[in-house]
Structures are given as C-alpha cells and as structure tokens.
Design a protein around this ligand. Structure first.
Ligand code: COA
Length: 183
C-alpha cells in the first residue's frame, strides 16, 4: 500500500493535475524542476545554481523520504511534467516527530490556476490521515503575499517573525513563521 494514494484532480483551467509521491527515479526531473524554479522568484532559500545537490544525493533523499512515516515529497504533474512540488520533513525523535516544516512551489507558467491550493489540501489530508502529524510549520518571506494568502486560506496562523532570514544582494528580508495544528 503506497504511503500516499495518487490523485488526479480537475483544475479550474480544465487541466488535470496528478499528485503523487516522488520516488528515487524522479530525482533527475526534480533537480531539473528545482533548478528552473530557482530563477523564477526570490521567494526560495536558493537562487539559480545554488541548490547544490547531486543526482545521487537527490535519489537518496527521495528514497529516505518514501520510507519515513512522518515525511513526504509530493509532486504535481500536468501531462506527466513536474509543475509543482511540496516537501515536508517531520522530526526524527519521539518528542518532535509529530511536527515538521514544509516548503512548496509551482512553476510560474502555472501560477494562479489553483495548483498551490490543491497541492496544499492534498498534503494536509495526508497529514491528517497519518494520525501522527499534529503540527505543520512553514516559513515565508513577509512580502510573499500570494503564499501567505494561500496558507491563511488553509487555516495557518502567523506565530512569529524571524528577522534577516534571507539575504539577497545587499538586502535582508524577514520571514513569518506560520503553523497549523491538526486534531
Ligand atoms: C506561492 C505559490 C506556491 C502559489 O501557487 P499557485 O499555484 O499560484 O497558487 P493558487 O493558484 O492555488 O493560489 C494563489 C492564490 O494567491 C492569490 N494571489 C496571487 N497573487 C497574489 C498577491 N500578489 N497578493 C495576494 N494574493 C495573491 C491568488 O488570487 C490565489 O488566491 P485565491 O485562490 O483565493 O483566488 C506560487 O506562487 C509559487 O510557487 N511561488 C514561488 C515559490 C514560493 O513562493 N513558494 C512558497 C515559499 S514559502
């Protein structure tokens, strides 16, 4: 039984989004996707060429993720092409394994089609189904209004603000710490 049952969902554009867990064989497409999105916004913790993960490391990472009950790496695909990703890592020790942090992205060409909302909803459904994950955290640039809107819509609240989380060029940018408690 797969950890995450793949789903196919109709977007408002009429396109069909497939959401499934990434497997080690996806490593090359995940790295290609990651390299591509790194140049599309300054909202991620890496810019173009800064991800610094080899194919072998990515394969190993994805393999490890598939085996962990409180971590997941989800891909969103349109016609078999990776257009979105969402990765969540739960804590490794008993006292922190109920909580973790996630990051997500969508290819710019497909922004505002509802992919982010759909990926987040599928992820939170999975979290609830685990019964193990009880708290989901994230960090987001304070000026990333689209992402903050998305997270608030899903029920996340702002729990704090971290100064100088990003340094891009000469400028520092703060991030909000947001979280969602799950029953
Ligand atoms: C944030 C991100 C994942 C959203 O993905 P998406 O597929 O475009 O999301 P959706 O289409 O489901 O929803 C976008 C929502 O933001 C809203 N939005 C778009 N631009 C906005 C803005 N500048 N200010 C406020 N809301 C905005 C849209 O209206 C939509 O809201 P609605 O569903 O209530 O109409 C995507 O923009 C992205 O990958 N950005 C770059 C990476 C990133 O920022 N990741 C998050 C890091 S914490």
């Amino acid at each position: 039984m797969p950890k995450f049952q793949p789903v196919r969902l109709k977007l408002k554009s009429g396109e069909e989004l497939e959401i499934r867990e990434a497997v080690p064989e996806d490593a090359a497409s995940v790295l290609r996707y990651t390299d591509y999105i790194s140049g599309e916004s300054d909202n991620l913790t890496f810019g173009p060429g800064e991800f610094g993960i080899t194919l072998a490391q990515e394969e190993e990472y994805l393999r490890a993720q598939t085996k962990l009950s409180n971590s997941i790496y989800l891909l969103g695909l349109l016609n078999g092409e990776v257009v979105a990703s969402l990765s969540f890592a739960g804590g490794a020790r008993p006292r922190i394994k109920h909580a973790g942090e996630f990051g997500m992205s969508v290819l710019k060409a497909h922004w505002n089609k509802g992919i982010g909302t759909t990926m987040l909803a599928a992820f939170l459904d999975w979290c609830r189904g685990t019964k193990e994950i009880r708290k989901v955290n994230l960090r987001v640039r304070v000026d990333n209004h689209a992402a903050i809107h998305l997270y608030k819509k899903a029920g996340f609240t702002t729990e704090g603000r971290k100064s100088r989380e990003f340094q891009i060029g000469d400028g520092f940018i703060d991030s909000f710490l947001m979280g969602l408690e799950l029953d």
